[in-house]
Write a protein that binds this ligand. Structure first.
Ligand SMILES: *Cc1c(COP(=O)(O)O)cnc(C)c1O
Length: 372
């Protein structure tokens, strides 16, 4: 059993279940000024990330300390000039977070507010872009982890490109797990982090950027630690050196996780595994009487929201605790107007795990058992 030393399987959208070999890669300390760390690990990761993201030339990558949100904040805070304006397409908690970042940083912005089960309306976006010529940048989340919904990136990117705006994509929970080519899409800045579909441990995020666009961002950052341009410049000039203390163990584990992604057969193979996990999960849950929040057509294979049972004695905390004692950690809901819980498929999770989970859920459904 590869994961025998794990106490439970994390069915959450990051941190997630990593392989034992990824965790073991952290058992050494690294010196941050030597080639064996910077050149042989950081630079290799940077190159591999660009290769995963696109077959097009002209892209580069930057790694940034912190959780994924720090990389979103670094991007928003570094790429939008003082006289720029950001359009945010918001249909969930992570779209909202981008808005919050713009508010904190005093960046002029306009938000398209949608409900968490609503897809962006292309005509509305087109009209807004045509009516407000101050807008310079557009930001959207790819897989809204709030619900598990996939946003229509191709159509939105096409629109944004046809209006010559800069496209910022939060692909935190989808990059590495859903095939896409950001060069083909025309994305200028794509953000993700170590502890999502690449299946590393938490500690840093990364941005894949169109080099020509990033090069224009010198001196724009609103924060020293989160200056995406300066971090990139330092890595470029010094063979992968981070400006400030780098999360060495996490980075080493991420390198191992990238090798394991290649061994699995790359993003396409990983996508197939997640997809088959998700289908198996939905089928099994539906036969137990649960219902999905979203129609399958809007769904990503990353995470699924289920309506909570309506039985009076159902209690999420109790359900969660009982499942945890069976070895599975599920996730609370995050949708504001529907009572849900979520189950993630990403991480070192396989079909047999989903079968075991479904058995555990069937045994746990205390709210259906006769009360004494
Ligand atoms: C996980 C996630 C983030 C970042 O979350 P952190 O908790 O800061 O790592 C941002 N956007 C999306 C879509 C996510 O799934």
């Amino acid at each position: 059993m590869e994961n025998s030393t794990n106490q439970y399987l994390l069915l959450t959208p990051g941190p997630l279940t990593t392989t034992q070999s990824v965790r073991e890669a952290m058992l050494k300390d690294w010196c941050t000024w030597d080639d064996d760390y910077n050149k042989d690990i950081v630079e290799v990761i940077r190159t591999k990330l660009v290769d995963l993201a696109t077959e097009y030339n002209g892209y580069t990558s930057v790694l940034m300390q912190g959780s994924g949100s720090a990389s979103v904040e670094a991007t928003i805070g570094t790429v939008i000039p003082a006289d720029g304006k950001l359009l945010v397409i918001n249909n969930g908690a992570y779209g909202k977070r981008i808005t919050q970042i713009a508010e904190y940083l005093n960046i002029e912005h306009h938000v398209i507010e949608l409900s968490e089960v609503e897809q962006p309306d292309l005509e509305h976006i087109a009209n807004l872009l045509d009516a407000d010529s101050d807008i310079t940048h557009v930001a959207m989340v790819h897989c809204e982890t709030t619900t598990g919904m996939l946003n229509p990136i191709e159509a939105v990117c096409d629109l944004v490109k046809s209006r010559n705006k800069i496209m910022i994509l939060d692909a935190m929970s989808s990059f590495g797990g859903i095939p896409m080519d950001i060069g083909e899409l025309g994305v200028d800045f794509m953000i993700s982090s170590a502890n999502k579909c690449i299946q590393g441990v938490p500690g840093f995020g990364f941005v894949i950027a169109k080099t020509s666009e990033l090069k224009q961002c010198q001196g724009r950052a609103r924060s020293l630690s989160l200056d995406l341009y300066d971090q990139w410049d330092c890595m470029e000039k010094n063979n992968g050196k981070w400006r400030f203390t780098s999360p060495t163990h996490t980075v080493r584990a991420f390198y191992q996780a990238m090798l394991e992604l290649e061994q699995e057969g790359g993003v396409k193979a990983r996508y197939q595994r997640y997809l088959s996990n998700q289908r198996l999960l939905v089928k099994g849950m539906e036969s137990l009487g649960f219902r999905c929040l979203l129609p399958q057509s809007l769904h990503s294979p990353i995470i699924t929201s289920f309506y909570s049972p309506t039985a009076p004695n159902y209690d999420f905390k109790e359900f969660y605790t009982q499942l945890k004692s069976h070895g599975f950690v599920i996730y609370p809901g995050k949708v504001s107007n529907a009572d849900c819980f979520r189950i993630g498929n990403i991480g070192d999770v396989h079909n047999d795990d989903i079968h075991r989970l479904l058995d555990a859920i069937a045994q746990t459904m205390f709210w259906q058992k006769a009360t004494q």
